[in-house]
Design a protein around this ligand. Structure first.
Ligand code: NAP
Length: 323
């Protein structure tokens, strides 16, 4: 790998933590800014990582962080936002404004490579604000950085140790005897986070990157109901799942939005009006896609062990479940 020093913006989260481990294992120096240093303790232990408290919406802070790095990876993202048109303010901030500023700072500081993590389904006419803001973020990044040296990654939902996806379903199954489920028929093609990281490592080395979008999906599509049922069984709590009609699902989501860490929002539900799949799409760079069933049982077993932990605590990622 020709890259020696990398800035991981949003690198203290789920995907960033996996990527940081892989890069650090290759001896690559890492700068990982976060607003919450105490939650990034697991990364501070990496021998090549410098975890720093920083506000990445501040261009001056981004300039300091981007100086002397060979590559920037932007992993900033949020799942929920107050409602808004064409997207809510939290989506606008994290997916568009911060993305544009990260790209501008990378350009200003002569960084060769920019990997921008968007999402499968990003489109200006998509049904959800999340997806529309991801499309606007891609446009902002292209406009600020240009296409030379840019790769845009569009992953489907990712699973793996530390995820807030299958683990959350497993925890909900442990806590509730029946699972009323909105969007039960929506289809997803989950991709293993280790495979996504393998693609990112190859992308960092790709000297021919010209702003192309790299779709990352797993080998099989499942309905949401199948995924919830699978996770519930894996944690030893098979549950009756009641598929909710859209109206009731919206009401349930509206109530969940009142929680400090919502499990579901109306915007999430809108995103499920379109299947989140990409049939017959192999992973980029010849990376072999890992089956969900080959990986999930190992880390879902951990959910059974930690049965007393609440889903919210796990979503806050206080030091559990990475490796
Ligand atoms: N996980 C998936 O299944 C999935 C699927 C498709 C796309 N993606 C995309 O992949 C990327 C990484 O996802 P992830 O699962 O690793 O997310 P994550 O665990 O929630 O981490 C996201 C990171 O974004 C940072 N962040 C959020 N809002 C910010 C803001 N307003 N200003 C500055 N930093 C902010 C957080 O930084 P702090 O450390 O400062 O809190 C956090 O470390 C995101 O862009 C996400 O949209 C994820």
């Amino acid at each position: 790998m020709s890259i020696r020093r990398v800035l991981l913006v949003g690198g203290a989260g789920f995907v960033g933590s996996h990527l940081a481990h892989a890069l650090s294992a290759r001896g690559i120096e890492l700068r990982i800014p976060t607003r919450r240093v105490e939650r990034a303790r697991h990364l501070a232990l990496l021998p090549t990582a410098d975890v720093v408290g920083a506000d990445v919406s501040d261009p001056a802070a981004l300039d300091a962080l981007s100086r002397d790095v060979d590559a920037v990876v932007n992993l900033v993202g949020v799942l929920h936002s107050p409602e808004g048109v064409p997207y809510g303010p939290a989506f606008a901030n994290a997916h568009v404004d911060v993305a544009g500023r990260v790209a501008e700072a990378a350009k200003r500081n002569g960084v060769q490579r920019l990997l921008h993590v968007s999402a499968l389904g990003a489109a200006s006419d998509a049904p959800s604000g999340y997806q529309r803001s991801k499309a606007a973020g891609e446009a902002a990044v292209r406009s600020a950085f240009g296409t030379a040296g840019l790769s845009i990654l569009r992953p489907s939902v990712m699973f793996g140790p530390g995820d807030s996806f299958l683990r959350l379903f497993g925890q909900l199954a442990r806590r509730f005897p029946v699972l009323p489920l909105a969007g039960a028929g929506a289809r997803f093609q989950p991709v293993y986070v280790g495979d996504a990281v393998a693609v990112m490592l190859r992308a960092l080395d790709d000297v021919n990157a010209q702003g192309q979008c790299l779709t990352m999906v797993g080998p099989q599509a499942y309905t949401l109901e199948e995924l919830v049922d699978y996770a519930a069984r894996q944690v030893g709590c098979p549950r009756r799942i009641i598929a909710l009609p859209e109206g009731l699902g919206m009401l349930q989501a509206r109530l969940m939005e009142l929680a400090p860490e919502p499990v579901m929002s109306r915007d999430n539900l809108r995103s499920m009006r379109q299947d989140n799949v990409a049939p017959d799409t192999p992973l980029p760079y010849g990376v072999t896609a890992t089956r969900l069933e080959a990986v999930a049982p190992r880390y879902l077993a951990d959910v059974s062990v930690r049965a007393g932990y609440s889903p919210i605590r796990t979503r806050a990622r206080r030091g559990e479940g990475w490796y």
